[in-house]
Each structure stands twice: as structure tokens, then as C-alpha cells.
Design a binder for this molecule. Structure first.
Ligand code: NDP
Length: 243
């Protein structure tokens, strides 16, 4: 098994999909995990299952668009375990629509969660990692952070931003590892919030072939388990149609 024993890892957006799978995989591999999202009931159920399986887990209700919330989420990890080894900024939303539908509130929500949420996570974790002179920040971008497709202009813009922010952060910090995870279409609840009918229809074809959230979680485990002097800068991971 890849070695991450005893690492203290905070994960945003852990109530479903990739975040949930990552929590399970990292706890199983021996990390202390702190998980946050808005749906506290889902976090509590997940934590019960992880604890029953022998894992070390804490939960905190968290809205990543609230800077104070993100700060107290990270502080919980430090007050309980005395350090923060890895911050995983995973929370994200994807209410896709054509631009001329002018769903401006949904654009705002994507910017707030997908960009500002990641920035708040960095703002909370960076001073701690600077003081420790070590740490790893993992930001979840997307294939949509590399290419744009119709109905996804704003979502892709947020994911391009995640890659730009991560690159800048890496260039400014030689003691902190910065990793971008860019998944292709993954089985999760991400498309459930699409309210626009054109985008919802387009998604059906797009999501015909998906990869499991566990596969993405395993790529995160790989990046964390590398030796301290190895920074896995980005992992792009796509599904195949293989059974
Ligand atoms: P899910 O919808 O299953 O999970 C999204 C998670 O984000 C949930 O736990 C949700 O929890 C959380 N979240 C949303 N808004 C907030 C908020 N304001 N504060 C805190 N948590 C929030 O989707 P995925 O697992 O697929 O998405 C995880 C990440 O992966 C996202 O960044 C997404 O963009 C990215 N991604 C996903 C792909 C896919 O095909 N699924 C492909 C490429 C990237 P709650 O609602 O309880 O707050």
C-alpha cells in the first residue's frame, strides 16, 4: 500500500462523489482525515462508516464560500492533530448553461464555490504550511480546465482559474507541494444541479462513459504518497469505455 500513514488531511466537498471516495481511500491508507461540506448528515454517516472500518476521521459542516468557515475547518485539523499535512480543495459545482440563457446567479455560484472556495482553502492552509515548512495543497480542476465546450464556458473558466492559481502558488513556494487533479467525466452528483434543459440534454451524451470516483481518489493517494521532494504537479485522468 502507498504510505501516507499518520498524515493529517483536510478534504472539502467530502459529502459525495470524489470527495467522499477520497475520504474513504485516504482513511483506509492510515491518514487522519478532516472532512467538510454543507450536508452534515451525509458527513456524519460517512464518518461512522470510516470509523467502523478503523479510520481516524473528524467532520465539520462547511460552506467554502464563507471564509471564516474555511478557516475554522482548517483550524480544527490543527487543534486536534497539531499539524496540517495536506489540504484538498475539492468542493465544486457545475450548473452548466449556454451563456445566452443568462443564468447569472449560477455563474456567481460557480465563481464563488469553484474559485473563491479554492482561494479560501489556500488562504487558510498556507500560513500553517509556511510555518511547518512543509505541506501539500491539492486543488481539483478538471478536463474542463484544459478545454472549453458549449454550455460550459463559465464552469471551464473556473477550472482554468484553479490551474492558474495552482501554478502561481507552486512557483512561489519551494517547500510546499502543489498538485492539480484534473478528472474527466466521473460518476458523481455533479450534474444534478444543472437547471438549464439544453445543458442537461447535452450532459446525457457527455456522461455516457464515466470513471469511478475511487479511481480519482487513488490518483490523489498516489500524489500524496510520493516522497517529500517529489511534487506531482498535475494528474489528468480520463475514463475509457472498457468494462
Ligand atoms: P459531487 O456533486 O458529487 O460533489 C461535490 C461536493 O462539493 C459535495 O460534497 C458538495 O457538498 C460540495 N460542495 C458544493 N458546494 C459547496 C459549498 N458551498 N461548500 C462546501 N462544499 C460544497 O461532484 P464531484 O464529486 O464530481 O465533484 C468534486 C470536484 O470534482 C468538483 O470540484 C468538480 O468540479 C470536480 N470534477 C468533477 C468531474 C465529474 O465528472 N464528476 C470531472 C472533473 C472535475 P454539499 O452539497 O454537501 O456542500
Amino acid at each position: 500500500m502507498l504510505d501516507i500513514q499518520g498524515k493529517v488531511i483536510a478534504i472539502t466537498g467530502a459529502s459525495s462523489g470524489i470527495g467522499e471516495a477520497t475520504a474513504r481511500v485516504l482513511a483506509k491508507a492510515g491518514a487522519h482525515i478532516v472532512i467538510g461540506a454543507r450536508r452534515a448528515d451525509r458527513l456524519d454517516r460517512l464518518a461512522e462508516e470510516i470509523a467502523l472500518d478503523g479510520g481516524s476521521v473528524l467532520t465539520k459542516k462547511l460552506d467554502v464560500t464563507d471564509r471564516k468557515d474555511v478557516s475554522s475547518f482548517v483550524n480544527l485539523a490543527v487543534s486536534e492533530f497539531g499539524r496540517l499535512n495536506v489540504m484538498i480543495n475539492n468542493a465544486g459545482v457545475m450548473p452548466l448553461s449556454p451563456m445566452d440563457a443568462l443564468l447569472v446567479d449560477e455563474w456567481d455560484r460557480m465563481v464563488d464555490v469553484n474559485i473563491k472556495g479554492v482561494l479560501y482553502g489556500i488562504a487558510a492552509a498556507l500560513p500553517i504550511m509556511k510555518q511547518q515548512e512543509s505541506g501539500q495543497i491539492i486543488n481539483v480542476s478538471s478536463i474542463g480546465g484544459h478545454t472549453v465546450s458549449p454550455t460550459a464556458a463559465v464552469y471551464c473558466a473556473t477550472k482554468f482559474a484553479v490551474r492558474a492559481i495552482s501554478d502561481g502558488l507552486r512557483q512561489e513556494n519551494d517547500k510546499i507541494r502543489v498538485t492539480v487533479i484534473s478528472p474527466g467525466t466521473t460518476t458523481s452528483e455533479l450534474a444534478d444541479t444543472i437547471s438549464d434543459p439544453i445543458a442537461r440534454d447535452a450532459m446525457k451524451g457527455f456522461r455516457a462513459v464515466t470513471i469511478s470516483p475511487e479511481a480519482i481518489a487513488n490518483s490523489i493517494l498516489y500524489a500524496i504518497s510520493q516522497p517529500a521532494e517529489v511534487d506531482v504537479s498535475e494528474i489528468i485522468i480520463r475514463p475509457t469505455a472498457s468494462p
